[in-house]
Design a protein around this ligand. Structure first.
Ligand code: EPU
Length: 426
């Protein structure tokens, strides 16, 4: 397994191009199985989660053809067995989107219980509640979730918790159901809107995506389309945070500034200067950061997927900051790794109290999950000395060429074969 070796201390300068959004593409690629003709999906990020979904599509019998580095053509018309096996599904959470998509197309689906980042219990009870309301029977045997219906029919579903995954899965199952489905207390994330736009361009009738009530009138046929994935708000936020932490000045290109509002507002509160353009944001920082309090919430609140990265900034900000994790039960596992680098953070349940320190120091650390890994990258960029990050496969689930993108901004970061020895100069 490779690892990243970072020599900290360089300010980031230059421009970085943001890739397509992971959490949109992992919903839209499974959704292509609903189309009767081929779909062409553009602006796909080259990340391992995308490669896994393509493998699942191929194993289902779909034709998957890369047109160029960021465009794929998917023809799911030949799929006959709606079964996603354990060996692929266990690798990622979003494999459960094949439940909704295959159920929507075949009224039958069998998918292994999903894997993904581990930050506490990740139930799918709301997905199941939605499928049942649409008329499906669900069983869980031998680690496989099986959903079956004679015919799916529209229904009114009130989600007990705001869930991105349940909202996506219910939309996928409902687009071809008979009659109207209403999802109340739906998730409002940009990737929900992107999925709705994709399905609508295929001929679906969906209203209200981006609000907490989504109405879907089932249609009989969906056709293939060419569609471009939105930019990744969290990748953009991660680079913005990294520039702010290093006291740098970068332009983050290919973004939708509106999707970044909660992150931008927090960085400004911390003393970072931002300039907004149509599809870019410039980050200007002198490295002096004010303390701040952050509470993560479903969109449009502050995104939980930026929480670990912001903890790094707050660990070198003046004074005391408090982070309250409002989405996941256990998303502070990275804190022990940051403490190894000199951060002063106390965690009690869903609250972290951070006392700013003068500087972090490089250390060997492990990425415990995707965003934890992103946080450690930023920590490595600002730390004095050398940081070695192991388990970078977590980072590569969601960040395309992250080492090359940071290098191009002036960071000293190298990917090395592990357990090979560290090169003298990195
Ligand atoms: N929940 C339930 N029951 C359910 C579903 C969710 O109780 O049936 C709870 C969860 O335990 C959690 C909360 O609801 O406390 C929110 O979970 P949600 O379903 O919204 O999360 P998800 O769909 O599993 C997606 C992203 C995550 C992101 C969350 C929250 C994808 C593939 N994943 O997960 O992204 O943290 O929404 O915004 O879209 C990441 O990119 O690093 C990542 C983990």
């Amino acid at each position: 397994m490779d690892k990243f070796v970072i020599h900290g201390g360089n300010q980031l300068h230059g421009e970085v191009e943001i890739s397509g959004a992971k959490n949109a593409v992992v919903a839209i690629l499974p959704a292509t199985v609903l189309a009767e003709t081929p779909c062409r999906i553009e602006n796909i990020p080259n990340i391992s989660d995308v490669f896994i979904i393509m493998d699942i599509l191929k194993q289902l019998g779909a034709k998957v053809k890369m047109i160029n580095r960021t465009t794929v053509e998917i023809d799911g018309s030949h799929i006959s067995q709606p079964v996603v096996p354990y060996d692929l599904a266990r690798k990622m959470r979003a494999s459960c989107y094949f439940l909704g998509a295959l159920l929507g197309r075949f009224s039958h689906a069998q998918v292994s219980m999903p894997g993904g980042c581990d930050f506490g219990v990740r139930p799918i009870d709301q997905h199941i509640k939605g499928f049942e309301a649409l008329g499906a029977e669900i069983s869980l045997e031998h680690g496989m979730v099986e959903a079956h219906a004679m015919e799916l029919h529209g229904s009114q579903i009130y989600l007990d918790v705001v869930s991105v995954g349940a909202t996506v899965n219910i939309m996928l199952a409902a687009v071809k159901a008979k009659g109207q489905t209403i999802i109340e207390n739906a998730a409002k994330e940009p990737h929900i809107v992107d999925l709705a736009n994709f399905l609508s361009s295929m001929g679906a009738d969906i209203r209200g995506a981006g609000t907490d009530v989504i109405k879907i009138n089932g249609v009989e046929h969906l056709h293939g389309v060419t569609y471009s994935i939105i930019p990744d708000q969290i990748e953009a936020g991660t680079f913005m945070a990294a520039a702010a932490a290093t006291g740098g000045n970068i332009i983050v290109r290919n973004v939708i500034p509106k999707h970044l509002e909660s992150i931008s507002a927090k960085l400004i509160e911390m003393g970072v200067q931002l300039k907004e353009y149509d599809d870019a944001i410039e980050v200007i920082s002198n490295g002096v950061l004010n303390h701040a309090n952050i509470k993560t919430m479903p969109h449009p609140g502050f995104p939980t997927d930026m929480q670990p990265q912001m903890a790094v900034l707050l660990s070198i900000a003046s004074g005391t900051s408090i982070i309250t994790e409002g989405v996941w039960d256990n998303r502070f596992r990275y804190v022990d790794e940051l403490k190894r680098m000199g951060a002063n953070i106390q965690v009690d349940g869903k609250i972290a109290v951070i006392e700013g320190v003068d500087h972090l120091t490089g250390a060997p650390v492990k990425a415990t999950d995707l965003r934890a890994g992103a946080a450690l990258l930023i920590a490595g960029l600002i730390a004095r000395g050398t940081t070695e990050i192991e388990d970078i496969q977590h980072i590569e689930r969601g960040y395309e060429n992250v080492d090359k993108k940071f290098s191009a901004l002036g960071a000293e970061i190298k990917r090395i074969k592990f357990p090979e020895s560290v090169p003298a100069a990195v």
